[in-house]
Design a protein around this ligand. Structure first.
Ligand SMILES: COc1ccc([C@H]2OC(=S)NC2=O)c(OC)c1
Ligand SMILES: [Zn+2]
Length: 260
């Protein structure tokens, strides 16, 4: 297969041809069924801790199938399901062509309009994201649902206001003003589900400890339109929309909850 994507001839159902792990036993995303989750007090005995720092000049880029912000500062997380310290490497999003779809994880079968991924690697055990990306304890990804409200998300506004400058593939800019990614987190980060999964696009490495927060962040319709105006290629190419993989079976995995 030339290059994987989300179309009919190169979409998620075809990925297994070039990436056999697509048929693996710890694939992501999954449908989160809260009643099937086991509340685990160990998750709160050692609470999830986020120590994010401001990025002086954050790089925002359009790699062609999403929009990504690369992180250079020392922003780390630990605790909860994690052993050791995980360092923030990048964040990006997945979104739909309409509000009825777009997220990768679903909640009782419901899709949200978009899902934000904050990607961390195990800096205690590995020296880089590249070394960690294919290790079973290599990565930890925050999954944050986006829902529509009449007010724009102030933290995302610094990015959505400049998306037109990275409209085309391989464009990148530096966000001038200082940016602390902590502004992207929901107010309550003590309520989450966690399970062992994978990257949701090729190479689909089964290296992710997922932490999906119960509380969505709220964005405006205009901000969703800004994401949907990004292009997969150069001027005139198709918009980046519906860049989500549908859920895979939980199988024998345990879905844990940090709350009742
Ligand atoms: C090589 O680096 C990669 C490759 C793929 C992904 C996909 O896996 C998830 S999760 N979202 C994605 O778009 C990634 O994200 C951490 C990082
Ligand atoms: Zn992602």
């Amino acid at each position: 297969m030339a290059t994987w994507g989300y179309g009919n001839d190169n979409g998620p159902a075809t990925w297994v041809k070039s990436f056999p792990v697509a048929a693996g036993t710890r694939q992501s995303p999954i449908d989160i069924v809260p009643t099937a989750a086991k509340c685990d007090t160990k998750l709160t005995e050692n609470p999830l801790t986020v120590n994010y720092s401001p990025e002086p000049a954050m790089e925002l880029c359009n790699p062609g199938l999403s929009v990504k912000a690369n992180i250079k500062s020392k922003s780390v997380i630990k605790g909860g399901p994690l052993e050791g310290e995980y360092k923030l490497e990048q964040f990006h999003l997945h979104w739909g062509s309409a509000d009825k779809q777009g997220s990768e994880h679903t909640l009782n079968g419901k899709m949200f309009p978009a899902e934000l991924h904050l990607v961390h690697y195990n800096a205690t055990k590995y020296s880089s994201f590249g070394e960690a990306v294919d290790k079973p304890d290599g990565l930890a990804v925050f999954g944050i649902f986006l829902k529509i409200s009449d007010k724009p998300h102030q933290g995302l506004k610094s990015l959505t206001d400049v998306l037109s400058e990275v409209q085309y593939k391989d464009k990148s800019i530096n966000i001038k003003q200082e940016y602390n990614p902590v502004c992207l987190l929901p107010d309550n980060i003590n309520k989450y589900w966690t399970y062992l999964g994978s990257l949701t696009t090729p190479p689909l490495c089964e290296s992710v400890t997922w932490i999906v927060f119960e509380e969505p962040i709220e964005v405006s319709e205009d901000q969703m339109k800004a994401f949907r105006a990004l292009c997969c290629g150069e001027c005139g190419s198709a918009p980046i929309v519906d860049n989500y993989r549908p859920p895979l079976p939980l199988g024998n995995r345990q879905l844990r909850a940090s709350f009742q």
